[in-house]
Structure formats: structure tokens, C-alpha cells
Design a protein around this ligand. Structure first.
Ligand code: X5A
Ligand code: ZN
Length: 658
């Protein structure tokens, strides 16, 4: 199942016809450079090209008023003077004789994408459209937007396909207030938006863009706003919000379909956003959403005004939808203080609605507002003090080409286990490095030497990921670590699922970071590099387990930045298929997808589900929507509290209150 790409040159055929500093950045080139970059990088040819169509009147009326539609319908016949006049009633938008046509195509593109994904003609896809949509409202154009493409697509998916729950992730740097207004009382649509806010001084300067607008009536809790109160936010700020807010809530929500309001004005170099996250972050944001809703992910372009940054970000997004290994995000810092402040406020505002946030720190409302005033003052001072470098001058390295090893997944399996489709078998006949073989003195020597060969081929980038059935996972894990750690550049993230002792000599020196999810309290003292997560019901509690994945494993993995991930399934772990597959899929974020999965010989039944995820299939959705065990939540929170001095990405509260 492939990736759809929707683009039509027609949507480049309108532009600003008069002088308006607020609108001059929204140009036809935004679309042409994005598409040309996809062609140049041989990504367009790997996608399934899907034609655009116009949205019909009745589809537009799913979101907009008849009066508004009728008014926009007249714009193709207006004179320049009439168009200027018409434009004046709205904020930061312009009209052109061809924009109505393009707006129908933009909305229609989003609908085509939903159709392809819902009918499973493709797995996922992206629509490159103009005009954007997320600011447009029931009866108003706004912020370069005419029709609300993603809001229309959401109502359409619910109506045509009976989709029960839709998640909308708005990573554009502006608040999609149009989307918020459309769904604020609707619990079937979870809207998440982060946006430059600067204590309500940044456009569109709305009170309702703050973290305390959580939705109304039945929809309370289903609107999540993350205000950025400073510019210059980096990749780690974005990841921290994904790990500690969006992902846990999204998995608890359990959407049937995910739509992205994909604005790339949140990337470095953008004149509107003034943020500092590099284009590679969009590979990760995309990937982190790809295991929700069985992989049904529709990405629709919104903003993005630095043509270089925009084109690079679009390529990162599409290449990830296509399933290529992710780029490593080196040298991530922790979230900045202002981001932590926002994170804490959002988590606290939503703790009453989501059981995954039940244990988030709460702030008394008065406290928050006093602090906000204080912070606003401080931040105003810093802005005057240091003359900030103009974003146009900002330079960043071009994202390195993402390389796909010739073999996506290889396995070391006993002869009686059938090799899953698409997975290369590393047999006994395979050349084994004699040096490696002679070092292994074990009954299991043959299997283990094949495992080491597999690791070597991953190091040489001939193989992306692998799976091995071994007679003792602990012995195999030790051998792999001993093989890798003499080289000073190697760092191995080891995720152990289930009970059993992890030999203490493999957790020295920071050359490995071990996270173990178990149901037995271990005597080992917690260290920075050995992190046992004790869950009451062990790995069989889906919610508790996923809570540890988002709150601990993902942030630790990002900060540690390993060059190999070892995923070890301890004997009798009790972890269910879907949870195991989710974890396996999410761990592909690290080490350019170099994951080695170790399982016991007798766990043949899990070979199929594991390789399918290693080969790029989405993990099945977690249907179990139960609240996590309170004690387990406490355990994870306490661990996070203790470890956040060592690991900045575990922080969820700002210094002064944490
Ligand atoms: C889609 C989008 C931005 C409008 C900014 C107006 N709109 N100042 O990014
Ligand atoms: Zn924007």
C-alpha cells in the first residue's frame, strides 16, 4: 500500500495583485518549489499521483454558510477594485479572480486524499494545496485561507465513511482558530494545535488560542492548544510536547483517521514563525503519527513561507510517509523554560479530561496568571535587549540524504520457522566473519554468530533492521553489547520487555542505556543508564505500558540518540501483540531504524507481527481504551521526577514549580 501525492499546477494560478505587506509572503512559488523538490529528490515518482477535483457546493457547506459561499462565488467576476473592497471585510487575506477555483480544488484535494485513504487504495498521503485552510471560518476568509480544507475533509470522512473519531494535528505555527471554532463542542474530533502566541501579542491575537480553551460542553477536553510564548523554539521543544501531551492523549482517544494541518512555518528560517526546529523534525512528527488509526494519515499543506525550509520540510514529510528510515536528531537539548511552562499549563488544563494526564502537576489558576504576567514582562525585556538575527539570514545545513539499506529487514531463525515475506534470512550458509565466530564459545555459537553478522551488516548499512530467535535472549543481548561497545562511537538503547535479570556489566559507562519494563521489583539501584520501570500488571496492562513508552522510552531515546536499538522480549513477558507492535514501530524513530529484536526460540508466533512492523506496516490500533492503573501512573511519574535531572526531555514542569 502506497503513498498518495496530490498536486495540480492550477493552484499556483493566483497571486496578490496589490500591495499588502501582510499578504506578500503567500506566493505561488510556495507550491512550485515544494513540488519540484519532491521531483528532484525522486520522491514524487515513488508516490501514487492522485488527481485533484473541485469540492462541490454541498461539501463546502459542511463547514461554511450559504451566504459566505455565495459571496465568494462572485469573486471571479469582480474588478480589481471590487476584489480589494471585498477583501477588506476579512483579516490578512487577499482575493483574486482565480482564487475561488483554487479554493474549490484545495478543499477537493483534501477530499480526494480522504477517499484514497479510507478506501485503502493508499495507506497515507499528502496534498500540496493553495489556498491554505485552517484560519477560514463559517462565514469568513482569514489568514490567506478561503475554505477550511481540513475541517471540510473531517466532516466528509465522518459522513461518507462513518468514521467515529478524527484526530487533527495542526503543526502550523499559527493557531487554526477556524478548525477550533468548527469542532469545539464536538467530542468526535480531537483538535491539537501549537502556535506562536507570545502572551496573545502574536497574530491572530486571540484570547481563545491559549491553553485554557479546552473545548465546550460535550467537547470539553477535545481541543488542545499549546501556546508558544517565545520565538526560537527548537526540535526538542516540539518533541517534548509530542511525548508528554499529544501522543498519550491521541492514543487514549484512539482515532480512526488522522489529518494533519501541515504548515511548515513552524520550521527554521520562516519569517512568520521565527522558530528554530530543523526540517528533519517533520520526519519525526510524521512518523510518530503513523501508527495511529492503523496508519490512516492524511497530510494537507497549510503555511510555510521560507521557500528553502518549506521544500526541505515537505520532502522530509513525504519521505517518511513512504516509509524510509528516519534521520537521526543529534544533540537535542531539553525543552527551554518557556516551553516547559506551556507544557505544564496544557497538561494541567487537561488533566481532568484524560486519564493519561491524571497525575500531571496542577497549578492553581491564580498562580498561573501571576506567573504569566511576570514572564511576559521578563520576555519583553529580553526582546528589547538582544537584537535578534533576522530569520532571512538564518542558515542551517541541508538535511543529509536519507539512505535506505538494500535489505530492510533480515532474520536469524531456526530452520523450522517460515521466513516472513519480504524478510531476508541470514542462514548458516551466510558468510560469517571468522573473527567474530572464533570469539563465541557457546552451544548456541552458530545462531549467535549469525546474530553478530546481522549486527555488522546493520553497522555497514547493508541491512536496516533485524529479528533473531535465540535460545537465551540475555546471553544474546550480552554478546551483541560486547561486540559493539569497544568502539567508542557506539551507543545502544536496550529496551527489555518483561521480567528477568539484565546483567549489570552491560549497563556501565553510558555505552548502553537500558529501560526495562517489568512487574518484579529489582534490587538494582537505579542509575542514569539502567532504568527499571516497575508496573503492577507488568506488560499486560496496555495503558500503563504505553504511558511508559511515551513518558519515558521515547524522550530517553531521543536524548540518548543511540546508533542501535536492541528490543529484547524477555521470556513470558505477557505483552500483547498490538502493544508490542506499537513499541516496535515507535522505536524506529531512533538509530535510522536500526533495530535488532531478540526473542526466545519458543516465541515463533511473534515473528510475523514483529517483521511486519519492521518492514514498515503500521501497528494495529490499541482498542483497549481503559484508564491506566493509578499505581502504574504514579510509578512512571516518580521515575520521571527522579530522572529529569539527568535527562532533560523527561521534564514536564518548569523549574520554579517542579
Ligand atoms: C496558513 C497560514 C498565516 C497568516 C498570517 C497572517 N496563514 N499574518 O500560515
Ligand atoms: Zn501558518
Amino acid at each position: 500500500m502506497g503513498t498518495a501525492l496530490i498536486y495540480d499546477e492550477e493552484m499556483t494560478k493566483y497571486k496578490l495583485l496589490w500591495v499588502d505587506p501582510a499578504c506578500k509572503i503567500e506566493t505561488p512559488e510556495r507550491l512550485t518549489v515544494s513540488y519540484e523538490a519532491l521531483v528532484r529528490n525522486a520522491l514524487a515518482e515513488r508516490c501514487i499521483s492522485v488527481p485533484v477535483r473541485e469540492a462541490t457546493n454541498s461539501e463546502i457547506l459542511l463547514v461554511h454558510s450559504e451566504e459566505y459561499l455565495e459571496a465568494v462565488k462572485k469573486t471571479p467576476y469582480m474588478t480589481l477594485e471590487d476584489l480589494k473592497e471585498f477583501t477588506l471585510q476579512y483579516g490578512d487575506v487577499y482575493f483574486h479572480p482565480n482564487i475561488y477555483h483554487c479554493a474549490k480544488l484545495a478543499a477537493g484535494s483534501a477530499l480526494q486524499l480522504v477517499d484514497c485513504v479510507m478506501t485503502e487504495r493508499v495507506r497515507n498521503g499528502m496534498a500540496l494545496v493553495r489556498p491554505p485552510g485552517h484560519h477560514s471560518q463559517h462565514s469568513a476568509a482569514n489568514g490567506f485561507c478561503v475554505f477550511n480544507n481540513v475541517a471540510i475533509a473531517t466532516r466528509y470522512a465522518k459522513q461518507k465513511y462513518g468514521v467515529k473519531r478524527v484526530l487533527i494535528v495542526d503543526w502550523d505555527i499559527h493557531h487554526g482558530q477556524g478548525v477550533q471554532y468548527c469542532f469545539e463542542d464536538d467530542p468526535s474530533v480531537l483538535y491539537f494545535s501549537w502556535h506562536r502566541y507570545e502572551h496573545q501579542t502574536f497574530w491572530p491575537q486571540l484570547r481563545e488560542s491559549d491553553y485554557d480553551s479546552v473545548g465546550k460542553e460535550k467537547g470539553a477536553g477535545f481541543n488542545i492548544n499549546v501556546p508558544w510564548n517565545q520565538v526560537g523554539m527548537e526540535s526538542s521543544d516540539y518533541l517534548s510536547v509530542f511525548c508528554h501531551v499529544l501522543l498519550p492523549v491521541a492514543y487514549e482517544f484512539c482515532p480512526d483517521l488522522v489529518l494533519v494541518c501541515a504548515g511548515f512555518d513552524s520550521a527554521i528560517g520562516d519569517p512568520e514563525g521565527k522558530m528554530c526546529a530543523t526540517p528533519e523534525i517533520f520526519a519525526h512528527l510524521t512518523h510518530l503519527l503513523m501508527n495511529l488509526a492503523g496508519g490512516k494519515l492524511c497530510v494537507v499543506l497549510e503555511g510555510g513561507y521560507n521557500l528553502t525550509s518549506l521544500a526541505q520540510s515537505v520532502c522530509q514529510t513525504v519521505q517518511t510517509l513512504l516509509g524510509d528510515p528516519l534521520p537521526r536528531l543529534a544533540n537535542l537539548s531539553g525543552p527551554c523554560r518557556s516551553a516547559l511552562e506551556s507544557l505544564q499549563c496544557v497538561r494541567s488544563a487537561h488533566r481532568q479530561y484524560w486519564s493519561c494526564l491524571k497525575h500531571a502537576a496542577s497549578l492553581p489558576p491564580a498562580d498561573i496568571s501571576t506567573k504569566r504576567i511576570k514572564l511576559a514582562e521578563e520576555e519583553a525585556k529580553t526582546e528589547v535587549g538582544e537584537e535578534e538575527k533576522s530569520t532571512e539570514e538564518k542558515v542551517w545545513p541541508e538535511p543529509p540524504k536519507r539512505f535506505s539499506p538494500p535489505v530492510r529487514c533480515a532474520s536469524v531463525l531456526p530452520d523450522d520457522v517460515t521466513r516472513p515475506d519480504g524478510c531476508k534470512r541470514l542462514g548458516a550458509d551466510q558468510d560469517v566473519n571468522p573473527l567474530t565466530a572464533s570469539k563465541l564459545k557457546d552451544d548456541d555459537c552458530d545462531t549467535l554468530s549469525r546474530v553478530i553478522t546481522l549486527v555488522e551488516k546493520m553497522e555497514q548499512n547493508e541491512i536496516c533492521s533485524g529479528l533473531a530467535l535465540v535460545c537465551d535472549v540475555t546471553v544474546a543481548m550480552t554478546q551483541v553489547v560486547q561486540h559493539l561497545t569497544p568502539d567508542p562511537v557506539n551507543r545502544v538503547l536496550i529496551v527489555c520487555v518483561g521480567n528477568g535479570k539484565v546483567p549489570s556489566h552491560i549497563t556501565r559507562d553510558g555505552k548502553t542505556l537500558v529501560v526495562q519494563i517489568n512487574s518484579e521489583e529489582t534490587e538494582d539501584q537505579n542509575s542514569k543508564y539502567y532504568i527499571p520501570v516497575f508496573l503492577k500488571k507488568g506488560c499486560s496492562d496496555t495503558s500503563g505500558f504505553m504511558h511508559a513508552v511515551f513518558g519515558l522510552i521515547l524522550p530517553l531515546g531521543y536524548e540518548y540518540d543511540p546508533n542501535l536499538v536492541l528490543l529484547v522480549r524477555m521470556p513470558d513477558s505477557g505483552v500483547c501483540d498490538a502493544v508490542w507492535q506499537q513499541l516496535t514501530g515507535l522505536l524506529q524513530s531512533f538509530a535510522k531504524g536500526h533495530t535488532l529484536v531478540l526473542m526466545q526460540e519458543n516465541e515463533k508466533a511473534f515473528v510475523g507481527p514483529t517483521t511486519s512492523v519492521l518492514l514498515g506496516d503500521p501497528a494495529p490500533p490499541l482498542e483497549n481504551r481503559q484508564a491506566p492503573n493509578t499505581e502504574d501512573l504514579n510509578v512512571v511519574e516518580r521515575l520521571r521526577d527522579r530522572l529529569q535531572v539527568n535527562w532533560n526531555l523527561l521534564q514536564t514542569t518548569s523549574e520554579c514549580t517542579g
